[in-house]
Design a protein. Structure first.
Length: 115
C-alpha cells in the first residue's frame, strides 16, 4: 500500500493556488492605494503662444488717454488725410498728435533757452 504522505494532496494544490491569487490581489490593491495617495505627476508645459491682437496703447503704461476739443471740420479732414495714407508706415491719429506735440515741445525748449 502506498503511503498517504507520498501522494500529493489535490485539495492542498487548490488551496495554495487560491492563496497565491489572494496574495496577488492584495498586492494589486496595495499598489493602487499607494498610487491614489501619492500626489499626481504634473508635467510642466511651456507657456502657450498667445493668439489674437497684440497689446495696444490702452494697456501700455507709457501712454495716457487725453481729451482735447478741436473743430469738427479739422478732425474730419485729418481723419480723411490719415486714411488716404497707404502702407505700413501710415500714422494713426494719436501718433500724429504725439508727433506734433513733441515738435511743439522742442520749439518751446529752444525759446526758453533764448530768454
Amino acid at each position: 500500500m502506498t503511503d498517504k504522505k507520498d501522494k500529493p494532496n489535490r485539495y492542498k494544490v487548490i488551496i495554495d493556488t487560491a492563496n497565491q491569487s489572494e496574495d496577488q490581489d492584495t498586492a494589486k490593491k496595495e499598489a493602487r492605494s499607494v498610487k491614489e495617495l501619492s500626489p499626481p505627476i504634473v508635467e510642466e508645459k511651456s507657456p502657450p503662444v498667445k493668439r489674437g491682437r497684440p497689446k495696444g496703447k490702452r494697456s501700455d503704461p507709457n501712454y495716457e488717454q487725453v481729451t482735447a476739443y478741436i473743430r469738427s471740420q479739422t478732425y474730419r479732414q485729418t481723419k480723411i488725410a490719415l486714411l488716404q495714407q497707404e502702407g505700413e508706415g501710415a500714422e494713426d491719429f494719436s501718433e500724429l498728435v504725439e508727433k506734433l506735440l513733441t515738435e511743439w515741445l522742442s520749439t518751446q525748449k529752444g525759446e526758453n533757452l533764448k530768454t
